[in-house]
Design a protein around this ligand. Structure first.
Ligand code: FO1
Length: 325
């Protein structure tokens, strides 16, 4: 069975571990979000690609959910001693090696797809990991400028997320460069040729939204013969993890399972979803989702361990067969 998954960082990676447990023999292609990427100290950092790679390659820090296990921070300390900014982004020594390899290959003219394939070779990934695009797309967030009251400024998503903990109002989310970006090699085929396309509980705006926003990708999702099944990243009115609710507000979407389903939209009504899984505690929202033209089911969605996540993945694949046209 060929499965394609549009994944962000931590939520997407956690879901993928459950999917692999549920379907160990499936051929899985992950289309990873690259709009979180940032260049720091001359190094290109790809947080969502690295989180998938480290998680499925068993190198991830389980405590942090990002970066490496058994990490040390000497380079970070030395950079701070030189007064180098930013100091708010945690670059671990092991992680820096990944960024050195990536940056060296990019500078040699390789595209991000080839670089990602080379990095993943070391990690023996059980999936094929593709960046959404080889072109640069960077999410920036428009916030109030504390130094000039009454004015606003755009900051990199990582500064909003890591330095400001998404605690300030995001007036606007802008994926810089997205309109000129092209889907990376293999991305459109992976969407057209899979048996089921899955949208895991990643951030619908700055992870899945930025993938769908690459010209050609949303259209390919709408046209694929495969059922498109999503899992809600929101339970109750809060995100399963992370701060999805903060960026949903920026795009005027309520932080509920039904509102996110409507944000993605049913395929029949011009959106991308055929089916949507919500948590059992949100079952009262099923009617609204079905009324929006999306098949829906309420199952436990807390990814507290791999067995529970595997059950969610299984439920998504079962719903896919139920809605297959
Ligand atoms: N997240 C943090 O909250 N603090 C950090 O210092 C941090 C560093 C970091 C370094 C490499 C990397 O791949 C990810 C890192 N993240 C950090 C997570 C990152 O901000 C998020 O994984 C995504 O960008 C949002 O999904």
């Amino acid at each position: 069975m060929r499965l394609t998954v549009l994944a962000g960082g931590i939520g997407g990676s956690t879901f993928l571990r459950g999917l692999l447990k549920a379907r160990p023999d499936a051929e899985i292609t992950v289309i990873g979000n690259t709009a979180d990427d940032i260049t720091l100290f001359g190094l290109r950092v790809c947080p969502d690609l690295d989180t998938v790679m480290y998680t499925l390659g068993d190198g991830i820090s389980k405590e942090r959910g990002w970066g490496r296990e058994d990490e040390t921070w000497v380079i970070k300390e030395e950079l701070a001693a030189y007064g180098m900014e930013p100091t708010w982004f945690g670059l671990g020594d092991r992680d820096v090696a990944t960024h050195l390899v990536r940056t060296q290959m990019l500078d040699a003219g390789y595209g991000l797809t080839a670089v990602t394939e080379a990095l993943c070779t070391r990690w023996n990934l059980p999936v094929r990991l593709l960046p959404m695009s080889d072109d640069r797309v960077e999410t920036h967030v428009v916030v109030d400028d504390p130094d000039n009251p009454g004015t606003r400024k755009a900051i990199h998503f990582q500064e909003y997320w890591v330095r400001l903990h998404a605690e300030v109002t995001a007036h606007k989310i802008v994926a810089v460069g997205q309109e000129k970006a092209k889907p990376a090699p293999g991305v459109l085929d992976a969407i057209a040729e899979c048996d089921v396309l899955l949208v895991p509980p990643s951030n619908p705006v700055v992870s899945v939204g930025t993938i769908l926003g690459v010209p050609g990708i949303r259209e390919a999702v709408r046209e694929t013969a495969a059922p498109v099944i999503g899992l809600s990243p929101i339970i109750g009115t809060g995100p399963v993890r992370g701060m999805a609710d903060k960026v949903l507000a920026a795009v005027g979407v309520q932080s509920t399972a039904a509102a996110v389903a409507q944000y993605y939209g049913s395929r029949a009504a011009g959106g991308v979803l055929d089916g949507w899984l919500i948590d059992t505690s949100d079952a009262a929202q099923l009617g609204a989702i079905v009324a929006a033209g999306i098949h829906a089911q309420a199952v436990p969605l807390w990814m507290t361990d791999e067995t529970k996540t595997a059950a969610m993945a299984d439920a998504a694949l079962t719903l896919a067969e139920a809605v297959r046209r």
